[in-house]
Structures are given as C-alpha cells and as structure tokens.
Ligand binder design. Sequence first.
Ligand SMILES: C[S@@+](CC[C@H](N)C(=O)[O-])C[C@H]1O[C@@H](n2cnc3c(N)ncnc32)[C@H](O)[C@@H]1O
Length: 363
Amino acid sequence: MSSKEEQAVTQSNSCSVQGTNDHSILSKHAMCKAGYSYDPFLQSFTLKSAPRRSPLINRGYYIRDQAVQISLHSFLKESTSDSAAKQIISLGAGFDTSFFKLSTQSNDTLSTVYYVEVDFPEVAERKRMLIERSDLCRSVIDTAERFTPTHSCVKLATSQYCLLGIDLADVSLLAEVFSSHTKLAMELPTLLLSECVMTYMEPALSSQLIQHLHSLFPCSVFITYEQVVPGDSFGLFMQSHFTKLNSSLRGINTYPTKQAQRERYLATGYNKVDVLTMKEVYDSLSLAEKNRIWKLELFDEFEEWNLKCYHYVLVLARSDASFTHLELLIDSFLQSSPCELFFHLYNIIMCLLGVVISFLILL
Ligand SMILES: C[S@@+](CC[C@H](N)C(=O)[O-])C[C@H]1O[C@@H](n2cnc3c(N)ncnc32)[C@H](O)[C@@H]1O
C-alpha cells in the first residue's frame, strides 16, 4: 500500500471511530426516553429524534451509564487533599453530557471541579457548535467566566470547563496543552475517564497514553469502560459488528479478560486496580432500582442480558489507596443485593401464576 493509500485508510478509520459517538449519543437518548435515566441535555446533541432501541440495548446503555456515573460521583465525594478542588478529564468524551449534568446538582459541584473534555478536533468542533446553539447548555457555560482560547486545539474555555480537539494518540501535544493549562494543577486529585474509547486505539498507543497521564497526574483515578472476552460466540459477534462499522475493537484481543485489564493498569503505574463486569454492577443495584427497571419494558432475554453483562467491564485504577469512597464503592459493587434471590423467585411465581390463570380461563 502506498503512503497516500495508507493515509486514506487511517483517515477513513478515524471518521468511523468518530461515528461511534453519534451512535452512542442516540442510544443514550433512546435509553433515557424509555425512562431508564433522566438527562435533559441529551437533546441538545442529537439532531435526530431519539430512535426506539430494543429493551436489551436500552438495558446495556442503562448499566453503562450507572457504572460510570456512580463511579464519577464517588470520586467527587473524595477528600484526598486539603482543598475540595478536583479535576475530571474525559478522554474521547464525544457528546457526553456529564459536565452539564453536574450543573444540576444541588451542592454546587461545579464550583470545586474543573472539567476537561478531549476528542478528535472534528468531534470537539461539532460539540462546540452544538453547545453554542443550545440555550440549555449555554445557560450552564455562561455561569462561568469565558476565556479566549490560547491554542488552536482549545475549542471552548471557561473557568469551569475546557473542550479540546486533540487526537489522543498525540501524547506530546496532550502533555504540552495540559502542562501549560493555567486551570489544571498536576497535583490535584484527577479523574481520567474513558468510556468506550481506549479499545478503538492501537493498544501500544493507548498504553502510552495511560502511562503518560499517570505520570502527569500522580494523584489520579483512571476509569475505563470497555468490551472484553472476544473469543466466545458473543465476543466474535461483537467484534464482527464493530469491524463492519470500520471501527474495530483494536484493544480487545490484547486485553481480553478482567485479569489482563487489571495487569495492564498495574503495569502502567497504578497501584490499586479493580475490574468489575456489568453483571457485578447490575447485581449490586438496590432491589427498588431493579424493580423500577423491570416495570419499564417487557423483557425476557435473560440469557443475552447475562452474556452482554459479562462482555463489558469497568476498570477502576487508583494511584494510591487514599480514595476511600471508591474503595467503599468497589466493596458495594462486589455485594449482590440480598433480596435478589427473593426477587427472582417472585418473578418466577408471578409468571407461573399467569400461565395457570390463562390455562384456567381456557378451560
Ligand atoms: C463510542 S464513543 C464514546 C463517547 C463518550 N465517551 C460516551 O461514552 O458517550 C468513542 C469516542 O472516542 C473518541 N476517540 C476514539 N479514539 C480517539 C482518539 N485517538 N483521539 C480522540 N478521540 C478519540 C471518538 O471520536 C468518539 O467520540
């Protein structure tokens, strides 16, 4: 392949990877519309109306949202330094709305958190335009002081938020922009978030990124949500689905298990690493929350649901043991809600009762 052809292929891969953001945001919107979560900001980022997704897909996006949001909020409760100040850096943020959702918190979270989002320049520019066009998003952005961007990769900058257009593979540019950023302090507790991002990068490049960020932010938590177990029939199906979309899961075969993920973050410098499947996260939800979910849509694809949950993990890598709220969260993820068995028995009895009643009516 000539270098021109290689360049064209890389360009088209990058466009397809950027396209995964459009898919994610539509699916998150569909999940919220079905009643699983509430997010008024999503409609500012979806030009189309929310499509209908199957209950299995809605549940998948719901548990992903729960896993990431619960972890993010646990991080915000930490008090590892003298001040309450913290930083969140969302890598491959796409059109994620977490920053805007924090503005709706009653405890004025945004006054102590500096929030940075990074994505490819094209995605970041589209996000900037959508933010500027949305009265709702601007009402959040305009509560802080705006700064004139000092670097061409800065798309939007305020005293609370910064939107950067940088390829995450370009670690030297990323390090340069972070180090010269007047609102970022390297010693502050920092959450580095990658929700369905790392796996689209070449493993050597994503490992280099993790390592670089760990050394730049010595007091950090790295949270990753992504696919694992590529080799069984569900995993093969999942891989071929993404390959057809020209956005192959490049990292999944290098980090195919919970253990491989754990070792990866330990090797890049993190001292404490836990990896949880979405099955563990779902099992830890309260009975009341599970009941609420059950009532939203008719659902009977239990086998597929369990399989799906085993193929997605949440990695929680901490630079040290002083993130006490996250330690508690991990303990709580590892405990299934005690009434789970009772809950399943109740559902089975109700199903059997339905069958018996239908049979009696037919008689
Ligand atoms: C599946 S989307 C997820 C978006 C967001 N994190 C979420 O969960 O809603 C993946 C995102 O990662 C971004 N991404 C992937 N590789 C990247 C890279 N090398 N540099 C910057 N962004 C990247 C894509 O552009 C896309 O926005």
